[in-house]
Design a protein around this ligand. Sequence first.
Ligand SMILES: [Zn+2]
Length: 284
Amino acid sequence: MNIEKINKTSLTNIIPFVSKYKNLDTLAKSKLAEFRNIILAQNGLFLLCKSNFGYIVEQIDGIRYDNSALLPIENTPIVKTYCDPLPDLSVFNQIIEIFKYVHDKARTEFLLNVYFDKIYRTYIIDIPEEQKITSASIDYKSTVEYEKDARYIKYLQIHSHGALNAFFSGTDDKDEKNKQMHIYGVVGNLDVESISEINMKFRIWSGEKFVNIDFNKVFNAPKINLPHKFIRKIDQIIEKNKSIIKIDKAIKKLDNFYINGKSWEKTISFDNIPEDLLLWQQIS
Ligand SMILES: [Zn+2]
């Protein structure tokens, strides 16, 4: 019995990561890969789940497997979305404004879905009409028009916790496991004046566990590389301050020892404090 025959009768496919696939993109696109697949790789067994959203690869813990005839899979968990480009920051700002509006007016949680339009390659924020909202929960039905139309890929489901912190509750855990593959987000601390104090979390279910996703992997907020002239200048200042930084670190260490009730005199020697340190004014 060959693997293709075995896979035909199984819900989870088994795929050896052989050299003809070259990389995970081609493996995920191959017709052998179904929604849920176990990948045999050079360095272990991996779970690959795929959908129209993209694919996620995660190592299966607790099973030792190595096979030098296969390709390796590095840097897991890997989350790859076919929704490209990622949504702009304007989408995020609009989501926050909606949540703030609801919070100011009703002091309740609220839920939104963000869909990727495959034709225009843009994003649509949808407010599901059917939501029963309270200060601590939401019962909802996503909008059928978007859910059933192959033109749209569900990219993100995000809900607000109002003035509470952004965390995934036990109810969220149950609701966000083993469903459609897309990103889940939660936003909290909406009572603040400045948008910079709002907190949020993003994650996706890998088929095995939740994988946290950074904000700049959810929205198109590329990391800014510092210009070399800044880096050179900052490094020079740090270099010049090396002796002071050393002392500062030592004093912090000393504080800890003092708090722990131990004799701090034994943990640091003041013999090597540079003389010019005494000339400096301190600000903190
Ligand atoms: Zn929640």
